[in-house]
Design a binder for this molecule. Structure first.
Ligand code: ATP
Length: 516
C-alpha cells in the first residue's frame, strides 16, 4: 500500500477510535488545531510521563518547573522572537497555495537524497554481500553528481537563511525549477517574511492594555527562572531544568495532521554548563536522547540524526533526531547548543545579573546551555504511526481476514487490560467486575461484555490494549482465566491471583526507564 494511503488510514483510525479529533469539528474544524479523545489523552499522558521521569527521576541534577504561557513582552524582544521568529513564505499564483520557501527547497533536497538512496539500494541488490556502500558512494558517477548538487543546494539555502536573503531564496526555487505540488506551475510570488507569534491584549481598557504573546516555545520560561531555580534548589552546574507545556505558532503551512499544529505541547530541557564544555554535553545529550527513542523498540533503522549545517545565530551546534514517518524522515526532536545567548540577552534586557558563581573555579560566568526540545504531539504521531499495523490473518477454512492493531509499547498503551466475561450470565460478569475493581488501582482496566469475544478482541486490538482477560465457565471452577496477548494473539491459562504480577512488569514505565 502506498505510504500516503497508510497515513490517510492512520488519521481516520485516530478519529474512529477516540484518539484525535479535529478541533470544533461541528463547526467544520479549525485548521491545524486538534483535540485528544479518551484514548489519545491517556497515550499523551504516558508519553509525557516517560519523558518527564527520564529527565527528572533519573537525573539528580535535573528538576522540573511549570511556567506561565503569558510572559512579559520584553522576554520576546530579548529572545529575538519579535524581530526574527519569522518564516519565509511564498505563494503560487496559479494554485493560490502558500508555502514556506525553505521547506519547498528542503523537500526538493529530500527527493534528491531519496534518489541517491535508491541507487545505493539497487547496487546493494546487484553486488550482494560484497557491497561496499562507502566505496560506492565515493566512486559512482551518478551518485557523486547528485550528491554534489545536494551539497551546493544545502550551502546556498544555509547562506540565504542565515543572511535572511529573501530574493536569493526565490532564486534558488527558480534555478532548481521547483514546481508547486498542487498546480505544477512555477508561477511564484516574491518571498516575504511572516512572524509566527500569536499576540493578544492584556488588560481591560484599550489605553491601559499591552500587547502580549502566546509563547512560541517553553524554553524562555526556563531561562527567566534560571536564578530562582538555581538558588532555591541550590543547584550546582552542570544542572538542568525541564518543562512540559503548550506553545503556539501561527504556522504558514499546517499539513500532515498533528505533525505541524498551531497549538501544541513541547517537552524541553535546558542544561546549564560551564563555558567551553558545551560541545561535550551536546554529544552526551545526543546519545541519551537517541537511546530514549530507540528504547521504545520501533527499530533503530527508523531513526537518524540530521546535523544542521545552517545554524541559528545563537547556536554553535545543532542536530535533529528524525524518524521515518510514512511521509519520509522528519524531525521529532531538536538538540541545540545555544551558547550563553539567551541568558546574556535576558541580562541585557532586564538589567538583572544572570551569572553563576562557580565555587570550584572561584569565578562567576554566564552558563552555556544545551537544550533538548521535543514536541509531545509530534512524538504522539511518531508512536502511533509506528504502532499502526494492518495484518492479514489466515482463517482455518483458508480464507483471509484482516485485523488492524496498534502495536503500542505496553507501558504507553491507554488501556492496559480488558476484562471480558465470555457470556453475560452464570456469574461470569460478576467475576470480571471483581477483577477490574481489584486491578484498577494499578492499571487502566476496561470491562467489556458486548458482542462476540472475537469482535471484542478486534476492538481492543484497534485501540492497542496489550492484554485481554477472558472469564469462562472454568474460571468458576478453578479461578483460572485466559490471558490473550495482542501482538501474537497467543492465549495462556493463568490463575487470577497471578494477573497483577504478570502484567505489572510489562506495563510499567519504570521497566522501560531501566533500559536507558
Ligand atoms: P520545524 O523545522 O519542524 O518547524 P523547528 O525546528 O522550528 O521545527 P523547534 O523550534 O526546534 O522546531 O521545536 C522543537 C520541537 O517542537 C520540534 O522538534 C517538534 O517536535 C516540535 N514542534 C515545533 N513546531 C511544531 C508544530 N508546529 N507542531 C507540532 N510540533 C512542533
Amino acid at each position: 500500500m502506498a505510504q500516503e494511503d497508510v497515513f490517510r488510514k492512520l488519521v481516520a483510525h485516530c478519529k474512529e477510535y477516540g484518539y484525535v479529533f479535529p478541533s470544533s469539528e461541528i463547526y467544520d474544524g479549525l485548521s491545524a488545531v486538534y483535540d485528544y479523545g479518551q484514548y489519545g489523552v491517556e497515550l499523551k499522558n504516558n508519553i509525557r510521563k516517560y519523558w518527564w521521569d527520564s529527565m527528572v527521576l533519573l537525573n539528580d541534577n535535573i528538576v522540573g518547573i511549570d511556567s506561565a504561557i503569558f510572559m512579559h513582552p520584553s522576554v520576546w524582544k530579548a529572545s529575538g522572537h519579535v524581530d526574527a521568529f519569522n518564516d519565509p513564505l511564498i505563494d503560487n499564483r496559479d494554485s493560490k497555495k502558500r508555502y514556506r520557501a525553505d521547506m519547498l527547497i528542503e523537500e526538493h533536497v529530500l527527493k534528491m537524497e531519496e534518489k541517491v538512496a535508491r541507487e545505493v539500494e539497487k547496487a546493494r541488490e546487484r553486488f550482494g554481500t560484497a557491497f561496499d556502500e562507502k566505496k560506492f558512494r565515493e566512486t559512482n558517477q551518478c551518485v557523486l553528481a547528485t550528491q554534489s548538487k545536494i551539497d551546493d543546494l544545502n550551502r546556498r539555502l544555509a547562506k540565504a537563511m542565515n543572511e535572511t536573503d529573501l530574493a536569493e531564496l526565490r532564486q534558488i526555487i527558480i534555478d532548481n525549477e521547483i514546481v508547486c505540488p498542487v498546480s505544477g506551475s512555477r508561477n511564484w510570488t516574491d518571498v516575504r517574511q511572516f512572524n509566527l507569534m500569536f499576540s493578544t491584549e492584556m488588560g481591560s481598557t484599550l489605553e491601559g492594555s499591552s500587547r502580549i504573546y502566546l509563547r512560541p516555545e517553553t524554553a524562555q520560561g526556563i531561562f527567566v527562572n534560571f536564578h530562582n531555580v538555581q538558588k532555591t534548589g541550590r543547584m550546582k552546574i552542570p544542572f538542568g531544568i525541564a518543562q512540559v507545556g503548550k506553545a503556539f505558532r501561527n504556522e504558514i503551512v499546517a499539513r500532515q495532521f498533528i505533525f505541524r499544529m498551531r497549538e501544541f505541547e513541547q517537552m524541553e530541557m535546558q542544561f546549564f554548563v560551564r563555558p567551553g564544555t558545551e560541545l561535550d554535553w551536546f554529544r552526551h545529550w545526543k546519545d541519551i536522547r537517541m537511546r530514549w527513542h530507540t528504547a521504545l523498540g520501533f527499530g533503530e533503522a527508523n531513526y537518524r540524526f540530521h546535523d544542521h549545517t545552517k545554524l541559528a545565530h545563537y547556536a554553535n551546534a545543532a542536530t535533529d533526531i528524525e524518524y521515518r514517518f510514512p511521509f519520509g524522515f522528519r524531525e521529532v526532536e531538536g538538540i541545540h547548543s545555544r551558547t550563553d545567548y539567551d541568558l546574556k540577552q535576558h541580562q541585557q534586557y532586564s538589567g538583572k545579573k544572570m551569572q553563576y558563581f562557580d565555587p570550584e573555579k572561584g569565578e562567576s560566568y554566564i552558563p552555556f546551555v544545551v537544550e533538548t526540545s521535543i514536541g509531545l504531539d509530534r512524538m504522539f504521531l511518531q508512536v502511533i504511526a509506528a504502532a499502526y499495523t494492518e495484518e492479514e490473518l489466515r482463517k482455518e477454512d483458508g480464507s483471509a481476514d484482516m485485523r488492524i492493531l496498534l502495536r503500542l509499547p505496553a507501558c504507553l498503551a491507554p488501556v492496559k487490560l480488558a476484562v471480558m466475561p465470555l457470556v453475560k450470565k452464570d456469574g461470569l460478569p460478576e467475576i470480571a467486575e471483581k477483577i477490574v475493581h481489584t486491578l484498577r488501582f494499578d492499571f487502566n482496566c476496561q470491562y467489556d461484555d458486548k458482542d462476540s469475544i472475537g469482535r471484542r478482541y478486534r476492538r481492543q486490538d484497534a485501540i492497542g490494549t496489550p492484554y485481554c482477560i477472558t472469564i469462562d465457565h472454568q474460571t468458576v471452577e478453578d479461578d483460572t482465566v485466559t490471558i490473550r496477548y495482542r501482538d501474537s494473539m497467543e492465549q495462556e491459562r493463568v490463575n487470577i491471583r497471578s494477573l497483577k504480577d504478570i502484567i505489572s512488569e510489562k506495563v510499567s514505565i519504570g521497566a522501560l526507564l531501566k533500559k536507558l
